[in-house]
Design a protein around this ligand. Sequence first.
Ligand code: NAD
Length: 477
Amino acid sequence: VVSYLPGSAAAPTSTTAAEIRRVFERQRETAIRLRRSTAQERIAKIKRLCDAMMRYREQIHEAAYLDFKKPPAEVDLAEVLPVISEAKHAMRALKKWMKPQGVWPTSLTIGLKSWVQYEPKGRCLIISPWNYNVNLCFGPLVSCIAAGNTAILKPSEMTPHLSALMAKMIKELYAEDEVALFEGDVSVSTELLALPFDHIFFTGSPAVGKVVMAAAAKHLTSVTLELGGKSPTIIDETADLELAARTLMWGKYTNNGQTCIAPDYIYVHASKKDAFAKACIEVIESCYGKTAAEQMKSPYLARVVNQRHTQRINALLTDAKQRGARVLCGGETVEHECFIQPTLLDNIPSDAKIQSEEIFGPLLPIIPYSDLDQVIDAINAAPKPLALYIWSRHEPTIEKVLKSTSAGGTCINHCVVQYAHGNLPFGGVNNSGIGSAHGIYGFKAFSHERAVVRTRFMMARTLFPPYTDFKRKLLDL
Ligand code: NAD
């Protein structure tokens, strides 16, 4: 069994280590200079990236296909367009975001003018995971540039064609003292994490998130952690099953289940379980084919990223089956092809590993329930998820689930699209993440909110001794 944990740290080559330190040093002065950069200057830099996304679109398709046969339409939807959308949003709104925000005085500060001024944090590090390597590296880069920072990027090594292409793009678009990219594995990450960055924006697994946070703690560097975990879906007895099946199979099998906010497991009301499973199987068969051979040829189904992960997911499947789980459809693995069929499971015992580990692959447990309170208790007993999806047409049920659980984000009668909304914060809670990305939330993640107070008239003198009776009366609450 290959555990889904950080790889072992290998020593970085001395050239890479020296090179990283050299660039980090070069970014020091630039970061100070960029504090004074205007919205116009930042927008021009974002535009360069935005334009490059279209210029490189075909090459991104090719690289993603070479890495794990990712379908071009999915590349557009989940790699190219989100970066463009983030960039366009930032370019439109940046002047407004950068404006100092005046605040009202409170009782102790009457007479003082006060505002919040957004200043760049400085030198920032962005580390991305392999599953949406481009989007999850360049999306935060937009926010980082919008906030006026320098950036060092470290994309995942597990999709090497994409990573190499991203390195080429960044080299072409930016001087290294403003934005630089280092390719490599955990050894490069480790080298980078030893440096006193002003902010680290990490997207990846909770296990590595802890490594990042521990490294950041050494320098008291602030962090944004966009992590993963198990995202539950609840389908009650009033839900539109057809629509739920169609939408959830799309959310699950886009990127072949390798999406942080994909439905990880589904609670469905016991009275609807069979009908829902049947509807899901129909969707899977009509979208991707019936047999493993057909599905392997499907142009719409990405592969598992590598053999290590194929083994990991297959081990979850084998363990579940050995403990009594039933395969409702799929279930076949072709390891050397990094292929696992879209697989629905039920009858899953609570001690199966699939019940506690993030699946991050094409397996989908369906769990019948009859008491919603028990479902809520089970969700609350687990680490807080990145996403929780509710399918219901019964308002009190929707309200009840929303108010009695916690999650990074939620869709009601939809899934995954919360990611695409530029005016919503995207992030997790505790085990699924700390802080938020996207739009103004991304801008704020890379900014320091500086508190500024300015005296307008001499009310402030009341503070100074001697504390006469008159002054004491003024301060009398
Ligand atoms: P990962 O945590 O293994 O790797 C992420 C990045 O960290 C990579 O660049 C990798 O090289 C680096 N890394 C790996 N081990 C490291 C270590 N010990 N020290 C420092 N850096 C290290 O994650 P992954 O397998 O690339 O991606 C899958 C995970 O990411 C899943 O848990 C998924 O849910 C999560 N994810 C979260 C989001 C989100 O937005 N919240 C998005 C995508 C993926």
